[in-house]
Write a protein that binds this ligand. Structure first.
Ligand SMILES: NC(=O)c1ccc[n+]([C@@H]2O[C@H](COP(=O)([O-])OP(=O)(O)OC[C@H]3O[C@@H](n4cnc5c(N)ncnc54)[C@H](O)[C@@H]3O)[C@@H](O)[C@H]2O)c1
Length: 357
């Protein structure tokens, strides 16, 4: 197989002091910039073409960045070092398809239940460490605990995504605690039923702040972090099939999800130069507490029962069934992983064939 040059990463977990970790087996030794890593303290102190001495809980290692960013013998914290100017003779190559990356970090909002929880659990299976970020800290903690009990790596964070400063702080805290940030999933959202004549200014502000402004706050914080760490990243935003076609009774919700598709396209164009992709996913009718609430409200407004409310949403699904949260998580896992590296600015519709575009 023809070797190809590509960026790849390796993240080390906390190991006993002075343990030597060898990882040259993944990469042909002649191409390998640092075959042995040794943890001894809180900082990187020395580096040469064969040995790197590092300190700290998590060290994010991108060999191609070593080449251009690290100076021999200097001290760096947490692998963040840029513009050092010395180029070492490193040429990282690996066969196409080979992957030595593990434990990238994903921050997922609204992941204490529903689609967000399913995404978090799926990404853990894919090797991510995950930040379970939610307004409901108690539930977020339960999800994080259960992931950790099952051998994954997760931490819970209380966040109101409509609060710019709080959201930014939570992303920084998660990066400190989990070692890095590679993927932000702006999943949290609210979906009150809003027939036109019922909409108030307060409702407008609330829904637009939680569903739209939050994505901008999250993107600002995540892109600053990606850049500070000297690597790219992925932004993934929750849209909806209701953001592809206007849905009755959902004036505010539907329009916020149209906005998500638009801001995702703008982000893709603005951030590509920094190695950051931005995509969205548009679920259909997913069996989560949110959908049950919407169906209930639609039914109440029409004077019908919940089953009727749900049927108004489910009758046009080509695949003939409602969506499980895992159906959406599978698609988001694709957007979060490296198989989607050449995709940006897109909205992936995951609705069993409700909308065709
Ligand atoms: N369920 C569906 O059928 C469906 C369809 C299309 C799109 N979506 C979208 O998918 C995303 C997840 O939906 P879901 O069905 O899992 O919702 P859900 O209501 O079941 O879960 C949403 C989670 O977000 C949290 N949250 C709400 N407001 C928050 C805030 N201000 N800050 C932080 N967290 C907050 C909630 O506590 C909850 O844990 C939403 O953006 C939603 O619009 C859902």
């Amino acid at each position: 197989m023809q070797p190809m040059v590509r960026s790849w990463s390796l993240q080390l977990q906390l190991r006993p002091a002075n343990e030597i970790i060898t990882w040259s087996s993944y990469v042909p030794p002649s191409y390998c910039c640092a075959s042995t890593l040794k943890r001894t303290n809180q900082y990187i102190t020395t580096f040469d073409a064969h040995k790197l001495t590092i300190f700290g809980e998590n060290f994010y290692c991108k060999p191609r960045e070593f080449a251009s960013h690290f100076t021999y013998g200097k001290t760096y914290t947490n692998g963040v070092a840029r513009h050092c100017g010395v180029r070492l003779p490193i040429d990282v190559k690996q066969p196409e398809g080979a992957c030595i990356m593990n434990k990238e970090v994903a921050f997922i909002t609204g992941s204490a239940q529903g689609i967000g929880e399913a995404i978090a659990r799926r990404l853990v299976k894919d090797g991510f460490a995950v930040a379970i970020a939610d307004l409901n800290f108690e539930l977020a903690t339960k999800v994080a605990d259960s992931i950790n009990d099952d051998g994954g790596k997760a931490a819970a964070f209380k966040v109101d995504v409509s609060d710019r400063g709080g959201f930014q702080q939570a992303i920084e805290d998660a990066s400190d605690s989990l070692g890095d940030l590679n993927v932000l999933i702006n999943n949290a959202g609210i979906a009150p039923t809003t027939p036109i004549d019922t909409i108030t200014a307060e409702m407008f502000d609330k829904v637009y702040h939680v569903n739209v402004a939050s994505c901008i706050w999250g993107m600002q914080a995540a892109t600053a972090l990606f850049k500070g760490k000297g690597h790219g990243g992925k932004i993934i935003n929750a849209a909806s099939q209701a953001g592809v076609v206007g849905n009755a009774n959902l004036m505010l919700y539907s329009s916020t999800k149209f906005a998500i598709r638009g801001l995702t396209q703008v982000a893709a164009k603005d951030l590509a130069k920094d190695g950051i992709t931005a995509n969205a996913y548009a679920p259909g009718i997913v069996k989560t507490p949110m959908m049950m609430d919407i169906a209930h409200q639609v039914a109440v407004n029409a004077g019908k029962d919940d089953e009727w409310g749900m049927s108004t949403f489910s009758k046009d699904i080509t695949l003939g069934r409602l969506s499980e949260a895992s159906d959406v998580a599978n698609a988001v896992a694709f957007l979060a992983g490296h198989n989607s590296d050449y995709i940006t600015g897109q909205t992936l519709i995951v609705d069993g064939g409700m909308q065709f575009q």
